[in-house]
Design a protein. Sequence first.
Length: 217
Amino acid sequence: MTLQEVVNEARKLLQDTSVSLDLQRFSDADLVGFGNQVLKRMALMRPDLFAYIGTVACTAGEVVQSAPADSIRVFEVFRVQNGNALREINRETIDQTYPSWRTATAGAATAWMRHPRNQNKFFIYPQAPAAQTLVVEYAQSPSDYAIGDTIGLLSDAYFPAVVDGVVWLAESIDNEHVTSQRAQMFQQSFIQQLQANMESRLVTDSEKGGLDEKDVR
């Protein structure tokens, strides 16, 4: 999927397909700007759509580590690069059972914990030694794409949602030409497509296929 494809489809729905630039209500730059806004809105609403596996160079001597600058939130810390796997544990539990864990001797990480107030930071145990790198999955904030760029990470299946989002933003500001309720219609379509995928996971991603537990034999 490229923003050029999104712009072409959005123009059809906006009835803004004139080949004359003077007669177009929206320039390509306008629609590309809307497209980039839509991608960022999608990333906040559905960060799982932009899941990316990368590496984090640890800060030596610290238990609190930070995700890369392009991270929206951390999903999972898998392992030490070229080393052992990490398990996720509860920070309150280790605080109660091992109060001095933050000052334990540095070594290869064996466990990680989520930060309660910062989605882009996480705790590791024990504190990091020098030159430790972790393999982490996180939601990557979309770049600002040019019109011919391929949109990274996002599946082509979300092409209609991106188009609807662009049309929604365009119609929202086009007061002179807008048909009543069109902006709201495309906004609802955009949001419903993102929600529908989450609901389908109950059927596709679980053993019981979305059925009530008592109905599963």
